[in-house]
Design a protein around this ligand. Structure first.
Ligand code: IPM
Ligand code: MG
Length: 359
């Protein structure tokens, strides 16, 4: 029996459309090989949506996403839209779709591939074997807490406010995802907070501790975020699964990503309690290289693999994509961001062709 899935594509801005095109080609081949059927529909988000509809997240996009089995997003943003008021910025569209779909759990793996070890800026012995999963809370914390805004006080001075807040239920649901993720990995969970200063972090830590007894097979530790940033570059191998709030997760997942040599390799999955999940590379829209056939499409392709594994429960198809990526790297194909001596330089399309050949 053929499993059928509707997938909404959000190519977005900058390099988004190029890396999405490569990924769709890969998915079409995978569909044939694994007896799957995808119906793809495109929708607008970010700058592309602002230009066409004057809003970064049209209602039509939300509707299309809600009606699909999974959402594949490329990247949003660019210099052109940087000075618009906040409600009209591309980033507001991304935060909006995460909130609209209730995607509270963001999984960001950072795995060192032996093929790319020379691309890391850290010493080989420090990064060899690193395999970290950052579980980032995605719809709460300081990104969404109220009050927020820029207000003028009685003295006439302006004051900017954001609020870092978590309720017990928000903490518990992300903690559950994190404990279960750690169970499927090496059973080590490090919760990152700032409980030495922030009350919201104290509640976070208390809930993690309270829930730990339900997961006797997981070893829970805690770390302050400043130390975690340091430990990630000092000795990243100590980490297995990391769970943290929205802002700390934003920062630490970029740091963890760079251990692997290039943020251009890393996918992510954003999940709620139901379908659809949203799958996107960790990197941004790279407007400086957009349209030049220089982008690395592999993070987007690997995001499609995460879509198959976590969003559509098609692990065999996910395996095939991941293996194809390893194979093209074994064969020496490299985009500029991961280039090293003796390898074959290719552009975005060239990398796509290499993937199709391998598949
Ligand atoms: C990310 C990005 C976004 C975030 C921005 C573009 C809103 O940095 O996905 O990590 O801060 O969540
Ligand atoms: Mg970020």
């Amino acid at each position: 029996m053929t499993n059928k899935y509707s997938v909404t594509l959000l190519p977005g801005d900058g390099i988004g459309p190029e890396i999405m095109a490569v990924t769709v080609d890969v998915l079409k081949v995978i569909a044939q090989q694994c007896d799957l059927e995808f119906s793809f529909q495109e929708a607008l988000i970010g700058g592309a949506a602002i230009d066409a509809t004057d809003t970064p997240l049209p209602t039509e996009t939300i509707e299309k996403c809600r009606q699909s089995d999974a959402v594949l997003l490329a990247a949003i943003g660019g210099y052109k839209w940087d000075n618009l008021p906040r409600e009209k910025r591309p980033e507001t569209g991304l935060l909006g779709i995460r909130a609209a779909l209730g995607l509270f759990a963001n999984l960001r793996p950072a795995t060192i591939l032996p093929q790319l070890i020379d691309a890391s800026s850290l010493k080989k012995e420090v990064v060899e074997g690193v395999d970290i999963m950052v579980v980032r809370e995605l719809t709460g914390g300081i990104y969404f807490g109220q009050p927020k805004g820029i207000f003028t006080s009685e003295t006439g001075e302006k004051r900017g406010i954001n609020t870092m807040a978590y309720t017990v239920s928000e903490i518990d649901r992300i903690a559950k995802v994190a404990f279960e993720t750690a169970q499927k990995r090496k059973g080590k969970l490090c919760s990152v907070d700032k409980a030495n200063v922030l009350d919201v972090s104290q509640l976070w830590r208390d809930r993690l501790n309270a829930m730990a007894s339900q997961y006797p097979d997981v070893e829970l530790t805690h770390m302050y975020v400043d130390n975690a940033a340091m430990q990630l570059v000092r000795n990243p191998k100590q980490f297995d699964t990391i769970v943290t709030g929205n802002l700390f997760g934003d920062i630490l997942s970029d740091a963890a990503a760079m251990l692997t040599g290039s943020i251009g390799m890393l996918p992510s999955a954003s999940l709620g309690s139901d379908r659809p999940g949203l799958f996107e590379p960790v990197h941004g829209s790279a407007p400086d290289i957009a349209g030049q056939d220089k982008a690395n499409p592999l993070a987007q392709v690997l995001s499609a693999a995460m879509m198959l594994r976590y969003g559509l429960n098609e692990p065999l198809a996910a395996d095939k994509i991941e293996q194809a990526v390893l194979k093209v790297l074994d064969l020496g194909y490299r985009t500029g961001d991961i280039m090293s001596e003796g390898c074959q330089a290719v552009g975005c399309q060239g990398m796509g062709e290499a993937l199709l050949k391998v598949l």
